[in-house]
Design a protein. Sequence first.
Length: 487
Amino acid sequence: MLKQFLNLKLSQKLSPQQIQLMKLIQLPTQAFEQRLKEEMNENPALEGGNEDEYEKDEFESEEYDDYDEFEGDRIEAEDINIDEYLSNDETPDYKTQVNNYSDDDDDRESPLAASVSFHQDLINQLNTFILNDAEREIAEFLVGSIDDMGYIRRSVPDMVDDMAFTQGIYTDEKTVEKILHIVHELEPSGVGARDLQECLLLQLKHKTPTESVELATDIIENQFEAFTKKHYDKLLQKYGVSSELLKKAITEIEKLNPKPGGSFAGNNKITENVVPDFAIRIVDGELELTLNGRNAPTLHVSKDYQEMMQTYKDSRDKSNAQKDAVQFIKQKLDSAKWFIDAIKQRQETLFVTMNAIMHYQQEFFLEGDETKLKPMILKDIADMVGLDISTVSRVANSKYVETPYGTKLIKEFFSEAMKNDQGEDVSTLEIKKILQNVIEEEDKQKPLPDDQLADILKEKGYPIARRTIAKYREQLDIPVARMRKKI
């Protein structure tokens, strides 16, 4: 039986230019600079430089609206409005608009700190040991087996087999164990361990031996399970030591790094300090927003390309070669003018979005008190500035703002709302901050379980379920009460 269905579907198709604009908006400052360099390398009609070197007529984008692609149709050279490409439009008007930036302003930028990778640093350290060729091959294989956290998660027999099959290195378990001891001498201390227990022991053995260090070593070596479960009474009974000495031993262990590779500055990446995209300052009691000047490059359309257009216009006999050339020139000029306008739109979008966020969270930016952060979702800002929620998300997710209280990721200012006992909307960020403060002030010998934390917050005016407390605690990376216990 044949059935007919009517299916209505509402869809929005973005043009290639709109998609490119969205991608530009999403880029933080450093990535934007790289994208700008790529565009200038690919398009000779787009140039940058000191605007004082060029005439000052402003780029009037309303005169030019032909950004459509050829879509396979050849536009005849005679149909191109040459005059449209001959205006002196080197200085776009956005240079004097929303960026609120001048050459006199401090451009506070964090430098790029490049360093060797974690594994390369370990390989370099091997050069300080006297090894023959065979031993060095094994040592480099072991270093290559270390994961980003600094551990070797494979058994010695497995590595012996792997070296034979994949590297053509034929050795035995005894030799590998010997070379592994050398790897364990590398920095950071604890690297190359097979598990957490070995990692902590390696670090303790590098410490100056004292009574507390020796006790800590014995605890990790022989009473590791009791330590991890914080059964301090059992440890006191086992070793017959004072609470003070046990406390010192536990303190020694707590100073150790359970992830020796994770703290390495060059862990498989080039370390890159954050370059803020915005700066908020307090001037005479008022908030002042600036956009990083690197987001406002000086761009103009190439005078050489405009002169080529003029030459074509003035020539009486237009050859086929000239007609082909003017097609190419038009395409590059179209692209250059569109890119300049896209940067203007990007800059305006960034500024108005951050400006709305700044005013929405005015109390926080004036005082720096995180409990003053108001509930704020993407839709709140989108409605204020008349932009799509996805556009606001692109600005918030990848941009940083420098404030008097440190550099912050913008998306961290967004949070859901919850009701307090007065029926008022409060930010989940505010509740998390209060929860964090309560846990910091608790008696560490008797840390508070989640149900007691829920009762305390209820007394403070925040009726929250125990399971919500547990969720917020995990988001704050705070362990359960038992794991927070001190002696």
